[in-house]
Design a protein around this ligand. Sequence first.
Ligand code: SD4
Length: 289
Amino acid sequence: GNPEPVIIATWKNEGATKAGFDKIIQTGKALDGVEAGAWIPEANPEETTVGYGGFPDRDGHVTLDACIMDHKGNAGSVTFLEGIMHPISVARAVMEKTPHVMLSGEGALQFALSQGFKKMDLLTPKAKKAWEEWKIKSKYEPKVNIERHDTIGLLALGKEGEIAGACSTSGMAFKMHGRVGDSPIIGGAVFCDDEVGGACATGLGEFVMKTLGSFLIVEFMRNGMSPQQACEAAIMRIVKRYNYKEFQVGYLAINKKGDVGAYSIQKGFNFTITKNGQTKVIESASYMS
Ligand code: SD4
């Protein structure tokens, strides 16, 4: 028989995994679960790294990246999108309603509006204040584990044992205008292959993009590694080649049996899992102690 439905998310995101799990119980589908999970931080103004309430770029624009992938290998993504609270659902619409994989910026916004999404101002007073304080020194320095909550990556197994993944973010705070990270990159922040499993990423997107981390993890699993071993091997790719000392990347992986793995460069990464209706936050092992 199929394994029990399970959903995992980067960081402490109990609201997201519970909402995603409930959705899987309702519709049966992993894809619905990861989308419903991403909605929670996207709509939460207190979450300063995803959707509404996300910190802006250095020019004061909240620009969103998101992607989604299903068990058939379909994928959709939006990048540099402004003014839409739920970029994950726009990414899903790109996947389901267009012949394309990725829409960007103004074109992504036009598409979203044509699909009935409503435009709104995503810059909250809290995020605006943080930006104004940042502007005094205007120094871009991505911080490790700035917050407990961060870019959300999600992976789920649905009722048929099928796999899906999603990711949603406002990107690195105070990034250059136009900067796009790993979060909308299929194979970077998310990859699923229904024969093998799935992976997702959080942290410094530049490292994830340069090593195509989630694709790499799935390929490692295809070649026989466990989800845990595959996450560790993908972190080692970064550590071997780049100056990782000040930076964080965290990976999650799941295989078709529902076994999960997690690994990060720095201490402080964790993830949330909901299965059998139970939700737990688990600390990840890390390369640096
Ligand atoms: C990015 N990976 O834009 C995202 C940001 C992130 O923890 O995950 N922050 O690079």
